[in-house]
Design a protein around this ligand. Structure first.
Ligand code: ATP
Length: 235
């Protein structure tokens, strides 16, 4: 089976257009791959570029140079150079992403927020909602909240909705940006179980976990992002 994710020689810097075009180099020569059934973890100190790498892999941040090759069903797409329509198709079918914070949509019930990625793949409404309910129950979100929009939920409740939404599909590649940051120990354990189940199902996972216990429980390999730190330019 082809490797689902191959990152090759990627570099990223930010240009601050409102600050005289100051250039902030972040990473360069980023090269690694993630195999099916493996959970690789991005490590390194705060501000080194871990989240920026995940955002490039999901197409949220542009890539200055290099390739992000995502392969599914023998088709390989370079996210770094893909057109926006291809990026959206890949997000629907291939790459899932759990961010730290839920982007709430006004007036949409939590259960429908979670079911939406399945509906986008053509799953029937009732089946998608049933799957969403199963995941929300597993993540201990009280049933009385399922029909409410998550905008007023607590941080941990919103994060559980976000996790359920990210885990509901069978996307072959899953990116996790601190999915357990606002969770209590019991719910962190649920997320560890969900990650292990994904690994067993053959999903390739790449995550950032500041919680050491979670990291040790799920990581097959740590990718040290410090090795890719770009030299900082003199002020
Ligand atoms: N949109 C942006 N515009 C400008 N600079 C940015 C942007 N996003 C990230 N940066 C900068 O890039 C660097 C890397 O940030 P990033 O969030 O990737 O680090 P991180 O390793 O994930 O940090 P942490 O562990 O604290 O979350 C930081 O110096 C940050 O200020």
């Amino acid at each position: 089976m082809a490797t689902p994710l191959v990152v090759s020689e990627v570099a990223k810097s930010f240009t601050m257009h409102l600050r005289d075009g100051i250039r902030l180099p972040v990473v360069e020569n980023v090269s690694f791959s993630v195999a099916a059934g493996e959970c690789a973890v991005l490590g390194g100190p705060s501000g080194i570029g871990k989240s920026s790498i995940l955002k490039m892999l999901y197409g949220n941040y542009s890539v200055d140079t290099g390739q992000v090759l995502i392969t599914h069903n023998d088709v390989t797409v370079d996210i770094a150079s893909a057109d926006p329509r291809s990026v959206l198709t890949i997000r629907r079918d291939v790459v899932g992403y759990v961010s730290q914070f839920l982007r709430t949509v006004p007036r949409v019930a939590a259960v429908d927020v979670v079911a939406e990625p399945l509906l986008a793949k053509g799953v029937a409404h009732e089946e998608a909602r049933d799957c969403a309910g199963d995941l929300l129950a597993r993540l201990n979100l009280p049933e009385r909240l399922w029909s409410l929009p998550p905008a007023t939920f607590s941080g941990g409740e919103q994060q559980r909705v976000n996790i359920a939404r990210g885990f509901i599909t069978d996307h072959p590649l899953l990116l996790l940006d601190e999915p357990t940051a606002s969770l209590d120990a019991a719910n962190r354990a649920v997320v560890v179980d969900l990650i292990r189940a994904k690994k067993e199902a053959g999903t390739a996972l790449l995550g950032i976990f500041h919680d050491q216990d979670v990291r040790e429980a799920v990581a097959d390999r740590i990718i040290d992002v410090s090795l890719f730190s770009a030299p900082k330019e003199a002020a």
